[in-house]
Ligand binder design. Structure first.
Ligand code: CO
Length: 134
């Protein structure tokens, strides 16, 4: 069911420093910062030959990553994103297996303009998992 690793998301407390780290120190191609008001974050994508790193920085007072960053002062891996062909079929299969979908359970449009879902970390080895239909 799952396909490629689409990205690994890292929450950061200093976006400029993280961009400089990946662009200047690591020599990666780094996107412009994009505000995602529907998701309460600013995103920057680091393009690697085989996947992407999504740098996440809080946007607004009730950003969903604020609590994570309060606990992880240096930032940290926030979630991983797997690609699926059909997000509704993937959701139904996971629900039938007893897995929990976060939020309403309906896919919403993610940072790439594609339908996404988040899965409960307790069902996935302590890892927050995003599914993206590609
Ligand atoms: Co993501």
């Amino acid at each position: 069911m799952i396909g490629k690793l689409n990205h690994v998301a890292i929450a950061v407390n200093d976006l400029d420093a993280a961009v400089s780290l990946y662009r200047d120190v690591m020599g990666a191609k780094v996107s412009e910062a994009t505000e995602q008001p529907d998701h309460g974050v600013i995103t920057v994508f680091v393009e690697l030959p085989n996947t992407k790193i999504e740098l996440l920085y809080p946007l607004g007072a009730d950003s969903p990553i604020a609590g994570f960053l309060a606990k992880n002062k240096s930032g940290g891996i926030h979630h991983i994103c797997y690609e699926v062909d059909d997000i509704h079929a993937a959701r139904d299969r996971l629900l039938a297996a007893g897995m929990r979908i976060l939020g309403s359970g309906e896919p919403r449009i993610g940072a790439h303009g594609k339908p996404i879902l988040f899965l409960h970390p307790k069902d996935f080895c302590g890892t927050l998992v995003e599914l993206e239909e590609v």
